[in-house]
Ligand binder design. Structure first.
Ligand code: NDP
Length: 512
């Protein structure tokens, strides 16, 4: 089968309407006040789908970062937030959750315009954040330390969990409000104060969230937002000695840089980085469900997703049937204006990202892989890329190893269960994986054998706040969500309480 055309895309792209949108003019939120940058500079963000300016923000420098960290430091050392009862922090988080609910439409539109993702999908993500804030509120009441009554008659051990201090949160552009909500409410539930730096490409919903937090009555200085560029805002934030912990989601390159800074300063760091996540397909799987999940797994969010199922390992006996089935299904997926209700794949976030994706496809072709679908930019206004499927990929090719972060599926074959696990694990990454089979033994063997923080069995990309999320190897350090999510933003303190008279150390053993 040779490369085929992509009919689903054309109508939605050709009929895209000009954008009617008044640009959102954001400010920074520092010490409870709405601020411009000390320099007065601002930067703009244009919609990658429409090429029109949709938002603008102050362009912070080190001076603004310093002011935000100072506010968070004072709020931590002297303010009420870390000293409040858990139930009071929980109530505030629940008010924020309601505030998000009330502004879903406004936030989803800005999220869609800035990222290029479908508006219908953005609505799901913004609404989903409500649950993250509510779950964090429940943990604000239930996270606790420990007590040891087993240390002998004269000793009681108590382990306290205390907030770690000022936390720096650096977030990416692919799921701006969702990824922030995997971090911020849990840090707040612990009693920490925070300085947030959103991606310069997608700052709107973070600024709106700060408005919601202000309206919820969270004390000044507890949450601060600085807008601007990675090296000029993110890096000074990470390097500042008053930052007790850094939580970052983004590229492995910047994650490594920040991890280095943190380890030099001996500060805690949580890193959620990339993935090259294998979906492993066996011949005895539920075929239709698998094909749908493969297409969903790689094209959701245009593949700009750390959990993207960008690498499919398929049993060699069904490789051709599989390639034909996914090509056929992928052709049906509507690509188009993110604001159109039928669109499933929107625009790529930036010209830079689009160029990187195309360069990765070219590397695959040069190495001998075969493009079965797509592989090119659409001839349309906006940053759109054809859904792409590449077969004849071998495990050593860069297209099977590097995170592409675009709508590009690489198909690799395997011979047996052991071989599949070996290929799956021959990767620098270990974020997630999936296994498709109706044989429980196959599923359990793969699930236990693959190096991945999450393994889906006969499903893909499901997620729940109750379940921890994070990666093995170069996919990151630490876990988000789950019942330990608040604990990650705490330090433990051991208190040893002696009961009764303490025996004198200096007395000879015979007299004790
Ligand atoms: P980055 O890692 O550069 O961006 C993530 C965040 O880090 C952004 O807020 C960014 O700010 C900030 N940042 C950038 N440089 C620094 C720095 N020196 N110090 C502190 N903070 C910094 O990702 P890119 O946007 O460049 O995307 C490149 C690749 O990264 C993608 O192709 C993809 O492979 C991966 N990625 C992975 C994500 C994930 O979910 N794991 C999310 C996004 C990207 P700003 O945007 O303002 O520059």
């Amino acid at each position: 089968m040779s490369q085929v055309a992509i009919p689903a895309a054309t109508a939605l792209l050709e009929n895209a309407k000009p954008l009617q949108h008044k640009a959102f003019a954001g400010k920074m939120f520092i010490d409870g006040q709405w601020k411009d940058a000390a320099s007065g500079a601002r930067f703009e963000r244009s919609s990658p789908a429409h090429g029109q300016v949709v938002s603008s923000f102050p362009e912070a420098t080190g001076e603004d970062v310093e002011a935000a960290i100072h506010a968070a430091d004072v709020a931590f050392k002297k303010g009420p937030w870390p000293r409040m009862k858990g139930v009071e922090r929980a109530r505030a988080l629940l008010v924020v959750a309601e505030g998000i609910k009330a502004r879903v439409e406004e936030m989803s539109l800005l999220e869609s315009l800035e990222t290029g993702k479908p508006l219908t999908q953005a609505r799901g993500e913004v609404s989903g954040c409500v649950d993250l804030w509510q779950y964090a509120a429940s943990l604000a009441r239930t996270t606790s330390g420990d007590a040891y009554d087993s240390l002998g008659e004269d000793m009681l051990g108590i382990v306290l969990r205390q907030p770690i201090g000022v936390v720096g949160l650096i977030t990416p552009w692919n799921f701006p409000i969702w990824i922030l909500s995997q971090k911020l409410p849990f840090a707040l539930a612990a009693g920490c104060t925070c300085v947030i730096k959103p991606s310069e490409l997608t700052s709107s919903t973070t600024v709106i969230l700060a408005e919601i937090i202000e309206q919820a009555g969270v004390p000044k200085g507890v949450v601060n937002v600085v807008t601007g560029k990675g090296p000029t805002v993110g890096q000074p934030l990470a390097e500042h000695p008053a930052i007790g912990m850094l939580s970052f989601t983004g590229s492995t390159r910047v994650g490594g840089l920040l991890g280095g800074i943190a380890s030099k300063q001996l500060k805690k760091v949580a890193l959620e980085l990339g993935g090259k996540n294998p979906q492993i397909v066996f011949p005895d799987c539920d075929w239709d469900a698998m094909v749908d999940a493969v297409v969903f797994g790689v094209y959701f969010n245009a593949g700009e997703c750390c959990n993207s199922g960008s690498r499919v390992l398929v049993h060699e006996s069904i490789a051709e049937k599989f390639a034909q089935a996914v090509v056929e299904r992928a052709q049906q997926v509507p690509v188009g204006d993110p604001l159109h209700p039928d669109t499933k794949i929107g625009a790529i976030v930036s010209e830079n990202q689009l160029g990187e994706i195309l360069a990765n496809i070219d590397k695959g072709i040069a190495a001998g892989a075969r493009v079965r679908l797509g592989g090119k930019r659409y001839d349309a206004k906006g940053l759109y890329l054809e859904p792409t499927i590449i077969s004849d990929v071998t495990p050593e090719m860069s297209i099977a190893r590097d995170e592409i972060f675009g709508p590009v599926l690489s198909i690799v074959t395997f011979k047996d269960v052991e071989g599949a696990i070996e290929i799956a694990n021959d990767s620098a990454y270990g974020l997630s994986a999936a296994v498709w089979s109706n044989d429980i033994n196959t599923c359990l063997t793969v699930a236990r054998g693959v190096d991945a923080g999450t393994v889906w069995v006969n499903t893909f990309l499901d997620g729940y706040p109750e379940l921890p999320f994070g990666g093995f190897k170069s996919s990151g350090v630490g876990r988000e969500l789950g019942k330990q999510a608040v604990e990650d933003y705490t330090e433990t303190k051991t208190i040893q309480l002696h009961i009764g008279a303490r025996k004198n150390w200096w007395l000879p053993q015979s007299t004790k």
